[in-house]
Write a protein that binds this ligand. Structure first.
Ligand code: HEM
Length: 522
């Protein structure tokens, strides 16, 4: 009897435990394992890794590259509850992003990045809707190639100041330079001139640190595929430090950029002269354009968020690469000396006459794209591509790392070899329009309708900075200070780890050109 009494509940317990386990498994498995979604015609989502991921480990581009090799040029990936497709082939990239731009041009409404910080604004965070079109059109007035030529003198001047800063901070080449801060101030000044009609007149100007602090906080709060909260919805219901920081950053953007807007407004009200800039346009057209204050603050903010670390990062990667390639440096010097000579340095107009120098810039953009995953797009309709189902609301990742290391397109792809671009005479924007996608230079600025609208200004800044560095200096590694080209800083935008180089003036004219230009304040 006692046995029976004991046995019965124990059987019940076992059954209950097994049932509970099965039930838990049924609930848990979908949380951890991928789901293949099939449409009404039996088309499945593209293949991909078995597990779902809350985030990707360090060097996410290498993880995606490994999966592209395993699952092919179109694979799918579950980040928590969000499905992504990852595109690692030029033709598929064109078919999806360009030919089907009407379907694949939105953005996911990320919890921290889009909802908490940018609140659906700043162009990059807007879904594919009228607000996005409207804000992109306003920004484009300052970013098209034609618009950029209006700022030609200012960009030229900032490039001069950058060279001068390298020259003076190294005591005319005698000491080392750590190029991070100076390159960031260069790119920041160009963006400030275009967005607000102001510049910082000293490396120690408090605004340099303040804007950098905000940008770094933005980069820190937003990963390459955004945050774990975006993929595990219940985490959004728990108040976290990330959420608090996101809201604080939003307020800081409004305070800092709104503060500048108010200053511009006050000047305009007093009838004072304000240089043509985005802020002036926004204030003068606010009513007619139907913009609210946050729209305006975020439009200013995106010039600094999108246009500073990206451009400065490419100049830093260039300086990090150069000492390891004396032969490339020598060839560039030869080209500059024979085409430009040593009496004067290269200007924007000389670009087409210096194909090797141009090729170096394209190669840096390929090898060290700041955003290996561009900025993921988001689909707004169900779509079937070559038998694979891509449901509405799928994230779409342009796998730039794998695309940029495709041996069919870039033989010996891991080598830094500017010669591969020697016959490429197109700007990045024009190259992106080529019908033969295998001739396109690279994917560093993204693709399709969301392609970076800042390409023309970025290219102008890169040209003036890099061609003048090459004209002015030879760049050397510091003894016992190897420069890492594998490690990098930043989640949503990569820059090299801090490093120092020597920049030695190449000839006498460098000294006379770089001794005496005054910093302008306006
Ligand atoms: C070397 C410099 C730069 C690089 C590598 C770069 C790269 C990118 C990439 C990869 C995207 C995402 C494209 C996509 O979704 O397909 C993007 C978007 C964007 N970039 Fe740039 N960018 C650079 C400079 C600039 C500059 C100077 C600005 C000036 C304001 C700028 C403003 C923007 C904006 C507003 C977007 C959002 C576009 C949209 O969502 O419609 N970028 N950029």
């Amino acid at each position: 009897m006692s046995d029976g009494i004991l046995t019965f509940p124990s059987t019940l317990n076992t059954t209950a435990i097994v049932l509970a386990l099965v039930a838990s498994l049924c609930c848990l498995v979908p949380l951890f394992f991928r789901k293949t979604v099939v449409d009404k015609d039996g088309n499945p989502t593209p293949p991909g890794p078995l597990l779902r991921y809350p985030f990707l480990r360090k060097f996410p581009e290498l993880v995606l590259d490994g999966w592209a090799k395993q699952f092919g040029p179109l694979f799918s990936l579950w980040m928590g509850n969000q499905l992504y497709i990852v595109i690692s082939d030029q033709h598929i990239a064109r078919d999806i992003f360009v030919n089907n731009g009407a379907i694949f041009s939105s953005r996911k409404n990320y919890f921290i990045k889009n909802q908490s910080i940018l609140r659906g604004r700043a162009i990059t965070a807007s879904q594919y809707n009228d607000k996005w079109r409207h804000h992109r059109r306003i920004a484009a007035q300052f970013l098209t190639p034609k618009a950029v030529t209006k700022y030609a003198n200012e960009i030229d001047y900032e490039a001069h100041i950058l060279m001068q800063t390298f020259y003076t901070s190294t005591a005319k080449g005698a000491g080392p330079v750590s190029p991070q801060h100076d390159t960031v101030r260069y790119a920041l000044n160009v963006m400030l001139i275009m967005a607000l009609g102001i510049r910082t007149d000293d490396s120690t100007h408090p605004f340099v640190d303040r804007t950098l602090e905000l940008t770094l906080e933005f980069n820190d709060l937003t990963g390459p595929l955004s945050n774990v909260e975006d993929f595990i919805t219940p985490l959004q219901w728990i108040p976290t430090t990330m959420q608090k920081r996101g809201r604080k950053l939003h307020d800081a953007f409004v305070e800092v950029y709104g503060g500048f807007l108010l200053e511009v407004k006050a000047k305009l009200n007093k009838g004072e002269d304000v240089p043509d800039c985005l802020a002036k346009t926004l204030i003068l057209t606010q009513e007619q354009e139907g913009l609210d204050w946050e729209d305006m603050c975020m439009l200013i903010a995106v010039f600094v968020l999108g246009g500073v670390h990206s451009t400065a990062g490419i100049i830093q990667w260039f300086l990090a690469l150069l000492p390891a390639h004396p032969e490339i440096q020598r060839r560039a010097h030869e080209e500059l000396d024979s085409v430009i000579g040593q009496d004067t340095w290269p200007t924007a107009e000389d670009e087409s006459r210096l194909p090797y120098t141009r090729a170096i810039i394209k190669e840096v953009l390929r090898v060290h794209a700041p955003f290996w995953m561009a900025t993921p797009h988001y689909s707004t309709e169900d779509y079937v591509y070559k038998g694979y189902f891509i449901p509405k609301n799928t994230g779409v990742i342009l796998n730039c790392f794998t695309l940029h290391h495709d041996e069919n397109r870039y033989p010996n792809a891991h080598a830094f070899n500017p010669d591969r671009y020697i016959d490429d005479h197109l700007s990045c924007a024009d190259s992106a329009k080529l019908s033969n996608v295998m001739e396109r230079d690279h994917w560093t600025f993204g693709a399709g309708r969301r392609i970076c609208p800042g390409m023309a200004v970025a290219e102008r800044e890169l040209w003036l900075a890099i061609s003048r560095i090459l004209w002015s200096f030879t760049v050397h590694e510091m003894p016992n200070e190897p420069i890492s080209l594998e490690e990098y800083e930043g989640q949503s935008g990569r820059t090299p780890k801090p490093f120092r180089v020597r920049m030695i003036p190449r000839h006498d004219r460098v000294h006379s050109l770089l001794q005496s230009r005054d910093e302008i304040t306006f």
